[in-house]
Design a protein around this ligand. Structure first.
Ligand code: PEP
Length: 256
């Protein structure tokens, strides 16, 4: 973390978990436990149908609401989809884009990720853009090239004045939901590489200001070590965001 130059952000990704009733109970607990958080921004990325409940439950708190996806067009005949302006209108602040589960199960590509970033920014949302390599790619030694390419493709055409609105989440696919966390050094190495890529495109000041999270089995036990790394500015948390005590411990580690 480096709070002098950029925000620390802890975002929970509930994935397809929690009905609105269950989610409200979790948020009521979190409101008690993380009410005093000052030094980091906390976000809960909830299922679409939980968003109105979350916005109501978190009104007058410091916890922001995020979505887990959006459609790349602004409106139109896309049955079952949700647009950036619909999310903005509800009071959503962040939106996860290009999560590896979306890429793996729903055919998202670097090109759709790029389009989604553009519509999100136009609507005034903050994209949390996920990039990451498979185990096979890591073992073949192509992590650096792959991540650099994913970041460049995601940011294509994003103007310099918008880059600070974007959060990048480095999520090695082999670490998501597997209980296999990247070591703090591995996480920092790739987060640093992402910052270097942004620096080449947008310059040093912009690169210094962008929040880069780590995600992949971050939990109450390993959060402190991961967040102590200079280029790891927060976490995108799946499983551990579903339990108030675990998520609270991670937020506390980021708030130190
Ligand atoms: C995620 O879904 O982005 C994630 C990091 O999941 P988990 O923390 O469960 O590995």
């Amino acid at each position: 973390m480096n709070r002098r130059y950029r925000k620390t952000i802890i975002a929970g990704n509930w994935k397809m978990n929690k009905t609105a009733t269950e989610g409200k109970a979790l948020l009521d607990e979190l409101k008690q436990t993380i009410a005093r958080v000052k030094w980091c921004e906390v976000v809960v990325c909830v299922p679409f149908v939980d968003i109105p409940m979350a916005i109501r439950a978190l009104k007058d708190t410091r916890i922001a609401v995020g979505a887990q996806n959006l459609h790349q067009e602004q409106s139109g005949a896309y049955t079952g989809e949700v647009s950036a302006s619909m999310l903005k209108d509800l009071g959503v602040k962040y939106v996860i884009i290009g999560h590896s589960e979306r890429r793996q199960y729903f055919g998202e590509t670097d090109s759709t990720v790029n389009k989604k970033i553009h519509v999100a920014l136009e609507a005034g949302l903050h994209p949390i853009v996920c990039v990451g390599e498979t185990l096979e790619q890591r073992e073949s030694g192509i992590t650096a090239e792959l991540i650099t390419m994913q970041v460049k493709a995601a940011l294509a055409g994003v103007p310099a004045e918008k880059i600070r609105s974007i959060v990048i989440a480095y999520e090695p696919i082999w670490a998501i939901g597997t209980c296999k966390t990247a070591t703090a050094e591995q996480a920092n190495e790739v987060c640093e590489l992402i910052r270097a890529t942004i620096r080449k495109i947008y310059g040093a000041r912009a690169a210094r200001a962008v929040t880069i999270q780590y995600g992949g089995s971050m939990n109450a036990k390993n959060a402190q070590e991961l967040l102590a790394q200079p280029d790891v500015d927060g976490g995108l948390i799946g499983g551990a965001s579903l339990k108030a005590p675990d998520f609270t411990t991670i937020v506390e580690a980021a708030n130190q």
